[in-house]
Design a protein around this ligand. Structure first.
Ligand code: SAJ
Length: 424
């Protein structure tokens, strides 16, 4: 295999992959849409916060470009573009289709095309394959190879990264499968598991993330129920976690964000529906998780009422914009749904996320809390641990809505602050 490979899409998935392949001796070309972003990557400027990228980018030989002609003579072409959903939650494959068309136009014999983006079963064979054949005039599985290896990146994870996360791979036929396994075994130190088909491989990733979404929905529903029963759901989940088998803890929160968990189940719901089956359970879990921002705002309204305050005109601080702790990614973040709801209720809003200063209205935590009468914690950034009842009492804060059950409830209640968590 010649050592030239192409990675289409240099985001959370493509850039770590390109850098690991570069580190393992491949000649890596990254193809992206935005020339400015390509320029910045070539200047070794990390496009977002990520330890592996900050570690490997400075010494990498990765070259970023917008020119799909660079596919010429590559042995492997890996598609790592986003797979979002439309506003009606149906799959939005425009990035996949655009990348595939440009690859097809430049495709050559014996090249291996691998999809890493998360898709529902069927996309590789029913969408990608026909476009590649049409644009190239080549035959899949004969003239070129077509495989799927779903990405498993966990943004912000200090332990698991592209180099040490096991992978599953599937292909149209045996030779493509062997080539794909060989490629991933040359860059990843963990097990590469072959699946029996492309659809099985696509289904693995959707099942992984749907599993997480339904488990989060389960504890979110428990939180709403237990808050009426006077039971602290966090303590119950911690208690259940002492069981060494048959239980995997998830925790309730003010919403489920990110570009994976709240999105991926819709791909399966949509595809199964088109094939005669409706996933009531997956759809219900999505509805439960999607209503957590509203539930959180209702908690705030109740908390303010206990102090005779209305939302309208009250200074309220929203802490955290990113979708999960200690990262700067705010895609699908519940923060924006909460901000929208509070804006509609005419709150005097201030927002602060130390990882996303450019979208925060306050420049510091102190500025964000200044003269604020209530706060909603949306993202459990470590740096918010410095928020104590004493700090809040120096301001005018009387109500705390803890959207991630992050604070010590007793501490706040002991200081006569109104504390409401999610299910506690
Ligand atoms: N969340 C909860 N309760 C939980 C766990 C998460 O409310 O118990 C919320 C988070 O606050 C966040 C959203 O769900 O808003 C997603 O959180 P996440 O930890 O699942 O983070 P992601 O979206 O980065 O998920 C990634 C996924 N990786 C890939 O899709 C390749 C997912 O498969 C991993 O399981 C997950 O990381 C992980 O385990 O951290």
């Amino acid at each position: 295999m010649n050592k030239k490979i192409v990675v289409v899409g240099l985001g959370y998935v493509g850039l770590p992959l390109a850098l690991i392949a570069d580190k393992k001796g491949y000649n890596v070309i990254g193809i992206i849409r935005n020339a400015k972003n390509a320029e910045n990557i070539n200047k070794k400027l990390p496009p977002f916060k990520d330890n592996l990228i900050e570690r490997l980018l400075p010494s990498s030989k990765l070259h970023a470009t917008t020119d799909f002609k660079e596919i010429n003579n590559a042995s492997v072409i890996i598609i790592c573009v986003p797979t979002p959903v439309h506003r009606d939650y149906t799959p939005d494959l425009k990035y996949i289709i655009n990348a595939t068309k440009n690859i097809g136009i430049n495709l050559q014999k014996r090249q291996l095309v691998i999809l890493e983006s998360t898709v529902n079963p069927g996309v590789t064979e029913e969408i990608i394959l026909p476009i590649l054949e049409k644009e190239s005039g080549l035959k899949a599985g004969v003239d070129f190879y077509l495989s799927h290896c779903p990405e498993r990146i966990n943004p912000g994870d200090q332990k698991w990264n592209v180099e040490n996360i096991p992978r599953v791979v599937g292909s149209l036929e045996e030779i493509g499968l062997e080539k794909t396994i060989k490629f991933y075994e040359s860059i990843i130190s963990e097990k590469i598991t072959p699946m029996g088909s492309l659809k099985e491989t696509e289904a693995v990733k959707i099942v992984e993330n749907s599993f997480r979404d339904i488990n989060i929905a389960f504890v979110n529903e428990l939180a709403i129920s237990f808050s009426k029963l006077g039971i602290d759901v966090k303590k119950v989940i911690d208690g259940a976690s002492t069981k060494p088998f048959g239980f995997l803890s998830h925790y309730p929160g003010c919403g489920v964000g990110g570009h994976c968990i709240p999105v991926d189940p819709y791909y399966l719901i949509d595809y199964a529906k088109k094939n005669g089956f409706y996933h009531h359970f997956l759809a219900l879990a999505r509805r439960i998780n999607n209503q957590m921002p509203e539930y959180t705002v209702e908690l705030l309204i109740k908390g303010l009422n206990e102090k005779g305050l209305a939302v309208k005109g009250t200074k309220i601080t929203v802490l955290g914009l990113s979708y999960k702790a200690n990262i700067d990614d705010d895609r699908e973040s519940p923060a924006y749904k909460i901000i929208h709801l509070l804006t509609e209720l005419k709150a005097d809003l201030v927002t602060y996320d130390p990882y996303i200063p450019e979208k925060s209205t306050a420049k510091s935590l102190n500025e964000a809390l200044y003269k604020s009468q209530a706060l909603i914690l949306v993202t459990a950034h470590d740096m918010f641990k410095k928020i104590t009842p004493e700090l809040l009492k120096q301001q005018a804060v009387q109500v705390i809505i803890d959207g991630r059950n992050f604070f010590n409830k007793q501490d706040f209640e002991k200081n006569k602050l109104i504390y409401k968590g999610i299910g506690r």
